[in-house]
Design a protein around this ligand. Structure first.
Ligand SMILES: C[C@H](N)C(=O)N[C@@H](Cc1c[nH]cn1)C(=O)O
Ligand SMILES: [Zn+2]
Ligand SMILES: [Zn+2]
Length: 476
């Protein structure tokens, strides 16, 4: 089956140096979507992708999405859409990825410069965006180029949709996808997204579910300006004191969310579902390795997997306006903004979550009896997604995984969120598959993010092989 794959694999191996250089160029562009000052770099990264795609002979369009809501002086980065091939006799696969990245600075504790791809003697390629999501996005471009260089016919028509705001709420993208579903994306037969990770470091997986995310801010203000704690301590009510009480009351040490009514929104665990977790190739050692410690909430894999896939979690992310430098500054911050998010799961509806969160935070603040002012707001929300893996899209990916990695993939769900997954499914009416390239130790969103050279190169083979098996799958 898929007889041309050996030639394709050979070609990918022979071009590995070139593909790593392409990733090096991409990582060097600090396309941080959450940082206003970096917006020109996000745009530059989109242009880089567009140029590379044009050089490969793709039809490319940079689509503008308008201004960023709430920051009307700021233009949203363009969505880069592209088409490679337009053969009515071939299937059409729509792939999505994102070219923006999470913030990163050497001062956060990186061992290397975050925006310089640095490869160590174990083949680990360190750099912000290496695994999330520049490596996988470039994987599609590399697959096209290796086919061209090997003289192998590209097996499908490829539609591409690469956004620059995924790490910052995917502003404007839902409307764009809905508007293009019957236009640019009209002949889509299935969708594939490479933007998540294996559960461990050895066993590849295909992913059929994601948690959603609802992200909130809690602003507490009081004094007109930051104050000297010696002069005003004990006389002014302190916003930070109120805020840490509110944040500390959201979740306990064991991960139990303290918001009344939230548990009742979660779909009950069925007996069939319970069995699923036992058969997944995952150990607590895998978790300890990717966590870099043994400070896990649960002692066993089943409860750990359920906590990541099918139960909500609440994380406190940070406090804007707080003193956070080294040293011992004796300041009372005048205004502080706490940030937290809830990962949501079936059957939680975002509006219900918002209602319960607002009530909890407002009620808690009232009990403090503070004279300060408090405002709780939703920053962005994206829905959870669970799909059927019983589809030719998944069969093709499964065969490709066996061919490249020599093992049948696990079927997994993911604790992270890619909100547009559901939008693609609903707008196109087609099956969506998540096909990860990187592994659990890659440290996405963390310091020292990396992609293993092996996962990158074999991942390029996997994406290409998947397209070949797609072309061979009978319709169902
Ligand atoms: C799984 C994907 N690679 C990812 O990292 N998604 C982000 C999406 C997000 C939501 N708010 C900010 N970013 C995530 O799950 O955190
Ligand atoms: Zn991310
Ligand atoms: Zn991502």
């Amino acid at each position: 089956m898929a007889p041309q794959l050996d030639g394709y694999f050979k070609q990918v191996d022979s071009m590995s140096g070139h593909f790593i250089e392409r990733l090096r160029k991409a990582v060097a562009i600090p396309s941080v979507s959450a940082d206003e000052a970096r917006r020109p770099d996000v745009v530059r990264m989109g242009e880089f992708l567009a140029q590379e795609l044009k050089a490969l002979g793709a039809h490319v369009e940079a689509r503008l999405l308008g201004k960023q809501p709430g920051l009307e002086h700021l233009e949203l980065p363009p969505v880069i859409v592209a088409r490679y091939g337009n053969d009515k006799n071939k299937r059409t696969i729509l792939v999505y990825g994102h070219y923006d990245v999470q913030p990163a600075g050497k001062e956060d504790g990186w061992a290397t410069e975050p925006f310089e791809l640095t490869i160590d003697d174990k083949g680990r390629m360190f750099g912000r965006g290496s695994t999330d999501d520049k490596g996988p996005v470039l994987g599609w471009l590399n697959a096209i180029e290796a086919h061209q260089k090997a003289g192998i016919d590209f097996p499908v028509n490829l539609l591409m949709c690469f956004e620059g705001m995924e790490e910052n709420g995917s502003e404007g993208l839902d409307d764009f996808i809905n508007a293009e579903a019957k236009k640019f994306f009209a002949d889509t037969d299935a969708v594939c997204i490479s933007d998540n990770y294996w559960l461990g470091t050895e066993k590849p997986c295909l992913t059929y579910g994601l948690r959603g995310v609802s992200y909130y801010s809690v602003e507490v203000s009081g004094p007109g300006a930051d104050l000297h704690s010696g002069v005003f301590g004990g006389t002014a009510q302190e916003p930070m004191t109120d805020l840490v009480r509110i944040l500390g009351g959201l979740v306990d040490t064991h991960g139990k969310i303290q918001i009344a009514g939230l548990d009742a929104l979660v779909a009950p665990l069925t007996a069939d579902e319970k069995d699923l977790y036992t058969n997944i190739a995952f150990t607590m050692d895998n978790l300890h390795e990717s966590l870099g410690s043994q400070t896990t909430i649960f002692p066993d894999k089943e409860r750990t997997l359920m906590a990541r896939w099918r139960y909500p979690s609440l994380s406190v992310h940070g406090i804007e306006g707080a003193f956070s430098q080294p040293g011992a500054k004796t300041v009372i911050p005048a205004k502080v903004i706490g940030k937290f998010s809830i990962r949501t799961v079936p059957d939680m509806q975002p509006e219900d979550v918002d209602r319960l969160v607002f009530k909890h935070v407002n009620d808690h603040f009232k009990t403090l009896g503070s004279k300060n002012t408090m405002k709780v707001s939703l920053l962005h929300a994206g829905k959870w997604w669970v799909a059927s893996p019983n589809h030719w899209n998944f069969s093709a990916a499964s065969k490709a995984t066996e061919r490249v990695w020599g093992v049948k993939p696990d079927l997994t769900r993911e604790g992270g969120s890619i909100p547009v997954t559901l939008t693609f499914e609903q707008a196109t009416g087609k099956n969506v598959l998540l096909l990860p390239m990187g592994s659990s130790t890659d440290g996405a969103h963390s310091i020292n993010e990396k992609l293993d050279k092996k996962n990158y190169i074999e991942g390029i083979k996997l994406l290409g092989a998947y397209l070949h098996y797609v072309a061979e799958e009978p319709l169902n």
